[in-house]
Design a protein around this ligand. Structure first.
Ligand code: HEM
Length: 283
């Protein structure tokens, strides 16, 4: 079973704003797990009830979408032949909409343009506090404008990395956060600054969750559009209970985090309660 512990990049005990990418085999590009069916059902619900919030595509992206759908199906047939997504029809909606219904991963297409790598289409059912309508059509710098330090430190390395991604080699990185709402579809909530006195070290086990994004990057062989995959994993904070060293690393990472990043990640409402809880686990 895949859990947040598999992608716990807070294990260094230091806050780092890094590219943090590593190469993975093609068989690991898509990662099914025991939450696949539940998450596919949740995607079906969201796509039915609020389609405009979870799917968008620029005119002209149709060929890249179609290539992505065919590429994904071929990958599932080769590497995950029993995958439930293979039962999804291949016609009846925009190709990327169909592709998004096949796997847990949200799928975002990035195209190299003069302005840099631009988001041209997305099936995004599980946003971590952002709205697709704010980002569609924008290059990486514009997309990451709210992320403190991104444009100074990461925008150029990320563009250079994307320029050299080849169709044969997928890559992986991970993002983490601690949240007080385990809902997968969260279009808002970054930058919350108000303290929430109802969360305490004692009830933190019931109120707080670790949310990890397993992010993948692969280049489509024909159109060379990049597929950015985001698999979201949410577990209760108590998953750290048997791992005192990891709990200590998370506490140290949070203490090391610059104020603007802590504010961006909405740590303020429960920072002290979370640290109290983690210190208890690690002592
Ligand atoms: C190697 C590539 C990438 C790196 C290093 C990177 C890095 C980051 C970091 C550090 C954050 C802050 C998250 C947090 O700590 O909570 C972030 C947020 C975000 N990233 Fe990326 N990212 C990458 C690729 C992408 C791509 C391809 C997209 C395409 C849409 C994207 C969209 C976003 C969005 C929408 C946010 C939230 C921004 C907001 O709050 O408005 N990222 N990214």
């Amino acid at each position: 079973m895949a859990t947040v512990l598999d992608y716990a990049t807070f294990d260094k005990g230091r806050h780092q704003l890094t590219l943090g990418i590593r190469a993975i085999p093609m068989a690991a590009w898509i990662e099914p797990d025991d939450r696949t069916v539940r998450q596919l059902n949740e995607k079906t619900r969201l796509l039915a009830e609020r389609h405009a919030d979870v799917f968008d595509a620029l005119d002209g992206s149709e060929a890249a979408q179609a290539e992505c759908l065919a590429y994904l199906r071929a990958n599932l047939l080769t590497h995950h032949p029993g995958h439930p997504g293979l039962a999804v029809p291949v016609t009846g909606a925009a190709p990327l909409d169909l592709a998004g219904r096949m796997v847990q991963e949200d799928l975002l297409l990035m195209e190299r343009r003069e302005a840099g790598w631009v988001l041209i289409a997305a099936s995004l059912c599980f946003p971590a506090r952002w709205r697709l309508s704010d980002k569609i059509g924008k290059p990486m710098a514009g997309i990451h404008e709210p992320v403190p330090g991104f444009n100074d430190r990461l925008a150029r390395p990320v563009d250079r990395f994307f320029d050299q991604v080849s169709p044969e080699q997928p890559y992986l990185r991970a993002n983490w956060s601690v949240i007080d709402d385990p809902t997968l579809f969260q279009p808002t909530g970054h930058g919350r600054g108000l303290h929430d006195a109802s969360i305490t070290p004692a009830n933190a086990p019931d109120r707080l969750h670790v949310r990890v994004e397993r992010q993948t990057f692969v280049s489509l062989p024909q159109c060379r559009v990049l597929v950015f995959g985001i698999k979201t994993i949410v577990d209760p904070i108590t998953i750290l209970d048997p791992h005192p060293a990891l709990a200590a690393s998370l506490a140290a990472t949070i203490r090391d985090m610059p104020d603007d990043m802590a504010r961006y990640k909405s740590m303020a409402p429960f920072r002290d309660a979370l640290l109290g809880y983690l210190d208890g686990v690690s002592s």
